[in-house]
Design a protein around this ligand. Sequence first.
Ligand code: UDP
Length: 319
Amino acid sequence: MKSSRIVVTGGAGFLGSHLCDALLGEGHSVVAVDNLITGRRANLEHLGSDSRFEFLEHDICRPFDCGPVDYVFNFASPASPVDYSEHGIETLRVGSLGTFHALEVARKYGARFFMASTSECYGDPEEHPQRESYWGHVNPIGPRSVYDEAKRFSEAATVAYRRYHRVDTKLARIFNTYGPRMQINDGRVIPNFMKQALGGEDLTVYGDGSQTRSFCYVSDEIDGLLRLAWSQEAGPVNIGNPGEFTILECAQKVLAVTGSKSQIRYEPLPADDPKQRRPDITKARTLLGWEPGVDLESGLKLSLDYFRRAVAALASARV
Ligand code: UDP
């Protein structure tokens, strides 16, 4: 594969920073663009001395141009329900204006464009498992709409640039992903449960815990995304782990892996919380030869050191 110059928007985020690592590992040059609204410089600190890496602090809701590039990976957006509720307008703006600006960079330089979309496009799905052909069941005015509709708009903009401007685009629908570099306080279920289990607090299960999610370990996710990126496929392609767990089962796994004696406490279910979610990954399997290899228990074990350190850092910051 020839070496390319690549822009990653949202490059200081959880997935964005792992993507930067993987692209540098493949021999490319990387420009990470991030306004640090939810991303963190710490996620990129280890790249400081790599001359093939640049960081541009910039909000992609304003136009940007970092010179000729071969590929644009558009990963910029608050992504946890807590973060996108807090930054609702910013989330809508980055998924609309930001995506347009990223697409313009690709068009200007004849670069390929990769859109990090989401299983949230399926909303609270009535088809199970979710195939890419499913149009979804999204509440356009509910609390999750700032994220869901922004990502759906991003998908529409991406395919429009393909149709009208002949940009070579890719669409990935990313399902719940976890691993090192997740923000300990972003409210998502795995960091929350880890923080609670390691801190000796009750694990807060929302609702009766029967809602399901399918969790993909970050290295599997990045591998799937890159296979799509370098393929001839346009997508959308679901990239997620089809292993499906109730949230109660997830809490029990976190307790087992951490060896914690914490109890489970039930709290109200947030509005519009999807009842079930599992990717049908037939397309990824057949078109990309990809399937995840890390099951939930192994992935939690692989993440344990990181979460231990994050919990300790949080505790010392509070002192
Ligand atoms: N959840 C929970 N306890 C928590 C955090 C989340 O029971 O402390 C539930 C949440 O209601 C949802 C699932 O875990 O059903 C996944 O939530 P998350 O915020 O990780 O992402 P989502 O898949 O909902 O976007």
